[in-house]
Design a protein around this ligand. Structure first.
Ligand SMILES: [Zn+2]
Length: 349
């Protein structure tokens, strides 16, 4: 079953105080688990299981004003993190540093068109779109600016779409965000540069709130753009192939600003889950040599090295084809995905 998370902004001015208190109660449960776990560890060198912690916290919800399922969800999350990090003591959740978080399960809430009722309290939210199916679980969550949101994880009943027969390799770049193997370019303004002056002014004046607000704005704009483009791509193509580019190497160079602007990771995550939802193929392939290899004759005749990043077009010295650098790379990426698929179909080769 496909699950999708929908996030809505709560009309929080009326309920902020209540939510904050509930968030603190969740912190208390987390910290209690942490303390018991450390105590247990000091004697037996063994971590408490979720089962033990459930027994220890049974019935505590009533006193804290939380639904019993919320208590269970916090404990489950705690146990999961403990196992993951293999540490007897995780970070404490503090009122000052930790962002509010109140998980719930479907039985603990009643959801209507624009409100959610939790433990007898109704919270209204800005209903920007209808939910696609039944809510399975979710959470109330706070962001760095102190705004509250409700997240619903729903069963996704979106039907798979009819095939269009189009394929595309995608070369993720710096100047234009991405170039497709059929020559289409996805471009976007450089957000970090647009807000550079505003940000610097606010930082010099030590206006902390304003700085947070500008950062949030950049983040939102980037996310909005990513959503729009990935939706367009997944609606138009049946096969999408992306290189396994890592931005960590380029971040050390002078192009750091353009790199962090591009936000490849989010873009790829969105492509991946939207493809899954619509039933189309999404692949990530090793893209080494994709920029220097000629997509026509497969000879490595292109410009290489960091200094060659400024070269936009080049001619192949073997077969004489003129290439747009990014489009050529995208074509190579698409071709290597074809190789992978052929290998999968006939593993004897
Ligand atoms: Zn060539």
């Amino acid at each position: 079953m496909k699950l999708t998370t929908y996030r809505f902004r709560l009309k929080d001015s009326a309920c902020r105080v209540r939510l904050r208190k509930l968030g603190w109660a969740c912190n208390d449960i987390w910290n209690y688990c942490n303390e018991r776990n450390a105590y247990q560890w000091s004697f037996r060198r063994k971590l408490l299981s979720a089962f033990d912690l459930h027994k220890l916290t049974a019935g505590v919800g009533k006193e804290l004003g939380l639904h019993s399922q919320t208590v269970q969800a916090v404990v489950d999350e705690y146990a999961k993190c403990g196992k993951q990090f293999k540490r007897p003591k995780l970070n404490w959740r503090s009122r000052k540093r930790s962002l509010g978080w109140i998980p719930f399960k479907a039985v603990g809430v009643k959801v209507s068109a624009d409100s959610v009722t939790y433990n007898g309290h109704t919270f209204r939210f800005w209903s920007s779109r209808p939910l696609p199916g039944k809510v399975r679980f979710g959470s109330f969550a706070e962001d760095a600016q102190g705004r509250w949101y409700v997240n619903f994880v729903c069963e996704d009943l979106t039907p798979e779409r009819a095939p269009t027969g189009k394929q595309a390799g995608i070369d993720l770049g710096l100047k234009t965000l991405a170039t497709l193997s059929d020559g289409v370019e996805l471009t976007r303004e450089s957000l970090t540069r647009t807000f550079e002056v505003q940000l610097a002014t606010a930082q010099r004046a030590r206006k902390k709130k304003q700085v947070t607000r500008i950062h949030a704005k950049i983040k939102n704009k980037r996310k909005d753009w990513n959503h729009k483009q990935t939706t367009l791509l997944t609606n138009e193509y049946d096969v999408l192939v992306v290189g396994n580019v890592s931005s960590s190497k380029l971040k050390k160079t002078t192009m750091a600003k353009s790199v962090s602007d591009a936000g490849w990771a989010d873009f790829k995550t969105m492509l991946s889950y939207k493809s899954l939802r619509l039933g189309i193929t999404y692949l990530e392939v090793n893209e080494s040599f994709s920029t220097v290899t000629c997509s026509v004759c497969s000879e490595r005749t292109g410009p290489s090295g960091l200094s060659a990043l400024g070269v936009r077009t080049w001619g192949c010295s073997t077969c004489g084809t003129e290439h747009n650098r990014d489009q050529n790379a995208a074509a190579n990426i698409l071709r290597s995905a074809g190789d992978i698929q052929r290998q999968r179909e006939s593993p004897c080769l």
